[in-house]
Ligand binder design. Structure first.
Ligand code: CA
Length: 511
């Protein structure tokens, strides 16, 4: 080879490396449904309910956010908030069962325009078909744990197996086929650990019948709080169905799968029926069954995270891929006697958020800043070198991920839950959250009152101290801050109408 050819080869190789180095990061968002911080060992829950080594690995290699908040603690609205970077009163999706207006701007459309390959795989739950994705392969509605039906780019398909494994495999299959000369966005969205919490068959009995420790507030009587907390319908005591308790099998399980299912649940259910438990003993039994099932579902999610991280490593993609792991909200694991979400109380207000961004984020770091799922699209756009639309409500996490908290970072957060009447009968409320306090308002004509919580003096959030003289100063300040936020966000005085619903249709959603 003459010298000229050697030079040309060297020059071409150099340019390829330079182009690759300049390519904006790939983005993988692993998203769960109803996954709560208490279930992840990297969040250090005092009850040590479960080890999640693969999710912990992500935290060890990135930044863990301790207080990532959702603007409206329920499935569909959280997904709409992430796609648009906007609160429900602006993106139009306030309640489950609404229909997402896919014609509006979303960050995935913006990344698509910027040359990203985009895919949405797994739970979607926004009723209308996805827009802004080159490829989508989604569960219809809530989806099923066993042998789920899915919709691939508009075509209905029947899958066999366990939903978390299927979403994981489809996600990796898509990654294997991406064009490596262009960046990509993958949203890999699990159904788990949503109600009715059906674990993979391989995880039945995963705890070896270990008795799980109970939360201190399992038998909360709601004294010290108002009517809304007394009148909700989401307790292990009153709301737990036979399907939740696995006294009935999951509806889409096959005969062959049911043999394994019966081998685990059958003898334990026989024993339960013999005991004729009532009162607190029944609640305690339900709590144990709930923990086995919910945390069993999380085990499969943890394995799916491990498989995806391993694939990124083996494909040489880890170095230029931002991985964000999160959920659409937190969940109650027996605190206040509850399962489900919806409230401004801490377990459902906050959601897991772990970000690994090699070369930017110091491994093994944590942040206590008030951040939100509303910040995800801005973060993705900034990482991709794209401008952030001024009408988005969140802020890019990029400076925090680089180890710098801007001096003007938010010190308060606005929350608004709309779904009443609706599943679990949690009343409409809006409020403001700071590092220490929560001030919130149940605002319907028949249930109009304020609650003030001081988390420093009342970590379990059991006491409404509104109108107590010693809190008068902070109460006034919080009212001022709430007014400021509502004005800034242009929250309408009257709630927006539900989208895509027939007249007089009430929510039938029980979960
Ligand atoms: Ca959810």
């Amino acid at each position: 080879m003459n010298r000229f050819l050697v030079f040309v080869c060297f020059f071409v190789c150099f340019c390829c490396v330079a182009v690759e180095a300049k390519q904006p990061p790939n983005i993988v968002m692993i998203f769960c449904d109803d996954l709560t911080n208490q279930a992840l060992s990297c969040y250090g829950h005092p009850l040590k309910l479960l080890d999640t080594p693969n999710i912990d690995r992500l935290a060890q290699e990135g930044m863990l956010f301790r207080r990532c908040m959702v603007p409206n603690s329920i499935c569909g609205p959280s997904r709409a908030a992430i796609l648009t970077g906007k609160y429900a009163h602006v993106n139009g999706f306030c309640c489950n069962g609404d229909e997402f207006d896919g014609s509006q701007p979303t960050f995935s459309k913006m990344l698509q325009t910027a040359g990203y390959q985009t895919a949405m795989i797994g739970k979607w739950h926004l009723k209308s078909n996805p827009t802004g994705f080159d490829h989508w392969h989604i569960l219809p509605g809530q989806g099923s744990y066993y042998n789920p039906k899915m919709i691939k780019n508009g075509e209905s398909l029947q899958h066999e197996g366990y939903v978390t494994d299927i979403v994981s495999d489809l996600s990796i299959d898509w990654l294997k086929a991406v064009d490596r000369s262009k960046p990509f966005l993958l949203m890999s969205q699990h159904k788990a650990p949503h109600r009715e919490w059906s674990p993979a068959l391989r995880h039945l009995g995963w705890n070896g019948d270990r008795v799980f420790p109970e939360p201190e507030t399992l038998f909360d009587d709601y004294s010290g709080r108002g009517r809304a907390e007394h009148e909700q319908d989401m307790t292990l005591e009153k709301t737990f169905r036979p399907l939740d308790a696995k006294l009935e099998p999951p509806r889409t399980i096959s005969d062959a799968q049911k043999k394994d299912w019966d081998a685990y649940y059958g003898p334990r259910n026989d024993e339960f029926r013999k005991q004729n438990l009532t009162g607190k003993d029944l609640v305690k039994w339900r709590y144990q069954r709930y923990m086995h099932d919910y945390l069993g579902c999380v085990k499969a999610v943890d394995e799916a995270v491990g498989k995806l991280l391993d694939y990124l490593d083996s494909a040489g993609l880890s170095k230029n891929t931002m991985v964000l792991f999160s959920s659409d909200q937190g969940f109650y694991l027996g605190e206040h006697g509850w399962f489900d979400k919806r409230w401004i109380y801490e377990e459902s207000l906050t959601t897991p958020c772990i970000v690994r961004w090699p070369g930017v984020t110091q491994p093994g770091t944590t942040s206590d800043a008030i951040v939100s799922i509303l910040d995800f699209p801005e973060t993705f756009l900034e990482s991709a070198g794209q401008s952030i639309p001024s009408d988005m409500h969140g802020k890019s996490l990029a400076p925090l991920l680089a180890g710098r908290l801007p001096s003007d970072w938010r010190k308060s957060f606005y929350y608004h839950y709309y779904e009443f009447p609706g599943g679990h009968s949690v009343r409409k409320h809006y409020g403001v959250v700071t590092d220490r306090y929560k001030l919130f308002h149940f605002y319907e004509p028949d249930i109009d009152y304020w609650t003030l919580i001081d988390r420093k003096q009342d970590a379990q959030e059991l006491k409404n101290v509104y109108d107590q003289p010693e809190h008068a100063k902070v109460q006034k300040e919080l009212h001022g801050e709430l007014d400021r936020l509502r004005k800034e966000l242009k929250v309408p005085a009257v709630d927006p109408p539900r989208r895509g619903r027939k007249k007089n249709q009430k929510s039938k959603q029980k979960s």
